[in-house]
Design a protein around this ligand. Structure first.
Ligand SMILES: [Zn+2]
Ligand SMILES: [Zn+2]
Length: 258
């Protein structure tokens, strides 16, 4: 506690930090494309969704927010302050690891996006009948492929569509896919553990079944002679004439008229 009677000039931090907070709702980090944000510790930056300027994020340990900045016309006579993006809070809802993974995965897309030639539409095999389908669990890999395919075809995701006032339009589909991908990525280890458990149980059952097989074979061979015998006897016809003890089959009818 400092209760000094004679006020002394405070030592100011070298980097001016303003406590000002933009009243607009926070920007959600997971909604940005992986290459629009840099979460590398110590140099957190992102593309301001309002003006598309690449600018630093401060307050990573408290309330992360975009630093006050000019629009991309900064340094020119027409520079103007980005009112919607300056001091705007940022919700960091992805981990550095997740962001790195997505970034690595997305890199080939970035490369293919630069290609000037139109990518040929992949040839699709005829759709299998419903009975031929084996339900495949939705994996992070499947969603990642869908996201990549979507990004290649979606102009909004490529940042090519802007509203009338020059704001880039967000793509709900792209966002949804990215969020699903991140969620599945988080869940994958648990799902894999469950799958492994079932596979292990199955293998154990198969082993026990195989171990029991010789016993069943032995039991069958033991009864086989009796079974064969019964079969033979069933096939035999009685030998010789008709039985003598039994009454003879009448050859003439008892009818008086006959
Ligand atoms: Zn801005
Ligand atoms: Zn899209």
């Amino acid at each position: 506690m400092t209760t000094t009677a004679t006020p002394t000039a405070r030592k100011r931090p070298r980097k001016t930090r303003t406590k000002k907070i933009n009243p607009l709702p926070p920007i959600t980090a997971s909604r940005l494309a992986s290459n629009e944000i840099d979460l590398a510790p110590g140099r957190e930056h992102m593309v301001c969704p309002e003006c598309r300027t690449w600018c630093p994020i401060t307050g990573m340990n408290g309330t992360p927010k975009l630093v006050p900045h000019h629009t991309d016309r900064a340094g020119t006579p027409n520079a103007r302050r980005c009112t919607a993006g300056s001091d705007r809070r940022v919700t960091i809802d992805i981990t550095v690891e997740d962001w790195r993974t997505v970034l690595t995965e997305a890199r080939p897309t970035t490369v293919s996006r630069r290609a000037t030639k139109v990518l040929p539409k992949p040839k699709t095999a005829p759709a299998p009948a419903a009975s031929q389908l084996t339900p495949a669990p939705l994996s992070a890999e499947t969603v990642r492929r869908a996201l990549r395919q979507h990004q290649q075809q979606c102009r909004a995701c490529r940042g090519e569509i802007a509203s009338r006032d020059g704001m880039p339009l967000p793509c709900r589909d792209g966002e949804r896919l990215a969020i699903t991908f991140l969620r599945l990525l988080r869940q994958e280890p648990r799902r894999r553990a469950v799958r492994d458990f079932f596979a292990r149980e199955r293998r154990q059952f198969d082993r026990q079944y195989a171990a029991a097989a010789p016993t069943r074979t032995a039991q069958w061979s033991a009864v086989l002679p009796q079974v064969a015998d019964a079969d033979t006897r069933r096939a035999q016809l009685p030998e010789g004439d008709a039985p003598t003890e039994s009454p003879a089959v009448p050859l003439t009818t008892l009818h008086p008229a006959a």
